[in-house]
Design a protein around this ligand. Structure first.
Ligand code: PNS
Length: 168
């Protein structure tokens, strides 16, 4: 039996923290599907789903058992449809836990055939999130320590080109 895991997230954009979790998950499972999903609590994303997919593709192409997909629906339905046995998420801090615990329980209720597996974030990525990256980039800060080098220019250009003037 092939053991399939789904690694869902907004990935808006993908960070070194995400890449660390995806890489470690790829060693635990036969196949990992990185699933770009909609987080209803987060509002409009900064990057389109296709842009996010291309960025993740360019930083995971050396991981043979990792594929990328886009979902505009319920995670639990997707997990059931592809026959995955696990949902893999990264946990940074205690502050992540309550929200992640709630999602894990809800997903288990919707589809009991998969377990949510939490991987602890590597220490150097504890503080890292897509929104921190976007905020630093939007003020011209250096994000090279936070995102994979292959997509650094794409992210920087895109974020700095976004109109952020609040003095208008
Ligand atoms: O990276 P994020 O934003 O923390 O990821 C959250 C995400 C996208 C995985 C979550 O919002 C999700 O699963 N969205 C898909 C829709 C869904 O199934 N929602 C109910 C989750 S209990």
């Amino acid at each position: 039996m092939r053991r399939i895991a789904v690694c869902p997230g907004s990935f808006d954009p993908v960070t070194l923290g995400h890449l660390d979790i995806i890489t470690r998950a790829s060693k635990l499972f036969d196949k990992v599907i990185v699933l770009i999903s909609r987080n209803a609590g987060k509002g409009e994303p900064s990057f389109t789903a296709t842009e996010r997919m291309l960025m993740i593709e360019s930083v995971t192409h050396d991981l043979d058992n990792v594929v990328i997909d886009i979902l505009d629906g319920l995670l639990a339905d997707y997990v059931r449809n592809v026959g995955a046995i696990a949902i893999v998420k990264g946990l940074r801090a205690v502050s992540d836990f309550e929200y992640e615990f709630q999602m894990a329980l809800a997903n288990k209720k919707l589809y009991a055939g998969a377990e949510t597996v939490f991987l602890t974030t590597s220490a150097e990525n504890m503080y890292l999130s897509s929104s921190v990256v976007k905020q630093i980039a939007s003020f011209g800060g250096d994000i090279s320590h936070f995102v994979p080098s292959a997509i650094l220019d794409d992210i920087t250009q895109r974020i700095t080109n976004t109109d952020k003037s609040f003095l208008k």
